[in-house]
Design a protein around this ligand. Structure first.
Ligand code: NAD
Ligand code: LMR
Length: 338
């Protein structure tokens, strides 16, 4: 018998029982802001992830082009594109994981907080969509200022009655990726062998690398400690300045986001011992949110780890980080409450 063929959306010819209808086993992932500097390489890398069966690419511009391009990759995930607010709900319905790199990036001379005015509203709208269409999804929030956008998302979900603190994760994996790279450089090691916990938040002094806890165990001189701490804290600014107004980190961020998303998906799958740093609801300090190591499981961040022993330099850094973090968190909370 001739195969049962029909024209799918657009002009794609496919059999009515084809895989694209229901998707192969795996997770359904949406990227919001998929046509951006981070969104595009992130979409490409997620299309290569064997844990992903369906990949939804949403943006307010250029989503069809990026979708057409990515959809030609001969990997398993079925790719669908969604353009503009009217398609947000369709983009989100049924998703297991939503990754959000939507929003404007820094230019030289700006702080991440300077992005608040525009990005706060974008994050609010997108999170309202998540609360309505996929309230059980894990959310990986990349949009800056992360120290404020995560509290914004939490308040939106609380208002909607869908808030599950385990499922809302601010992405700080780029800080860890940078820390591993810079520490490996100083030690003369392969960065893949190095693991540096980075705690606190994701801006300036709130980024607190715990160099006393580096694996493999090692020690640093005071000069090395100060150099590494500053370089890790200023890593984002280093890229913003090098790009001279053309944006901030996109490629290393897409890499770091995929590393983190993959850890979330492995946790969802039920893998044991999946641990990564993220900015989450936390009781590790007196602040309501804090970045530290978390264990990722079937329901999200199932365990938030304590900071462990800190040296004097890190204790001073922690106090500075908490001061700035408290203000950024409050700013996010007030944006929704007032
Ligand atoms: P970009 O300008 O290249 O891309 C942003 C994309 O978001 C654009 O395609 C834009 O159309 C889209 N967008 C804007 N409003 C939207 C909306 N309402 N809904 C959906 N999409 C929308 O910027 P980028 O370089 O990709 O950076 C994106 C964000 O990520 C920035 O806020 C940046 O500061 C942040 N960032 C965070 C980290 C981190 O470590 N967490 C690292 C790098 C960048
Ligand atoms: C980064 O750390 O690279 C991002 O937060 C982008 C920025 O503005 O620095």
């Amino acid at each position: 018998n001739p195969p049962n063929l029909q024209m799918a959306e657009g002009s794609v010819l496919e059999r009515s029982n084809c895989r694209a209808k229901g998707g192969a086993p795996g997770f359904k992932v949406a990227i919001l802001g998929a046509a951006g500097g981070i969104g595009q390489p992130l979409a490409m890398l997620m299309k290569m992830n064997p844990l992903v069966s369906v990949l939804h690419l949403y943006d307010v511009v250029n989503a069809p082009g990026v979708t057409a391009d990515i959809s030609h990759m001969d990997t398993g995930a079925v790719v669908r594109g969604f353009l503009g607010q009217s398609q947000l709900e369709a983009a989100l319905t049924g998703m297991d994981l939503v990754i959000i790199p939507a929003g404007i990036p820094r230019k030289p001379g700006m702080t991440r907080d300077d992005l608040f005015k525009i990005n706060a509203g974008i994050v609010r709208t997108l999170c309202e969509g998540i609360a309505k269409c996929c309230p059980n999804a894990i959310v990986n929030l990349i949009s800056n200022p992360v120290n404020s956008t995560v509290p914004i998302a939490a308040e939106v979900f609380k208002k909607a009655g869908t808030y599950d603190p385990k499922k809302l994760l601010g992405v700080t994996s780029l800080d860890v990726v940078r820390a591993n790279t810079f520490v490996a450089e100083v030690l003369g090691l392969d960065p893949r062998e190095v693991d540096v916990p980075v705690v606190g938040g994701h801006a300036g002094v709130t980024i607190l690398p715990l160099l006393s806890q580096v694996k493999p165990p090692c020690s640093f001189t005071q000069e090395e400690t100060e150099y590494l701490t500053k370089r890790i804290q200023d890593g984002g600014t280093e890229v913003v300045e090098a790009k001279k107004g053309a944006g901030s980190a996109t490629l290393s961020m897409a890499y770091a986001a995929v590393k983190f998303a993959d850890a979330c998906l492995k946790g969802l799958r039920g893998d044991a011992g999946v641990v990564a740093c993220a900015f989450v609801a936390s009781q590790v300090t007196e602040l309501p949110f804090f970045a530290s190591k978390v264990r990722l499981g079937r329901t999200g961040a199932e365990e938030v780890y304590q900071l462990g022993p800190l040296n004097e330099y890190e204790r001073i850094g922690l106090e500075k980080a908490k001061q700035e973090l408290a203000e950024s968190i409050q700013k996010g909370v007030s944006f929704i409450r007032n």
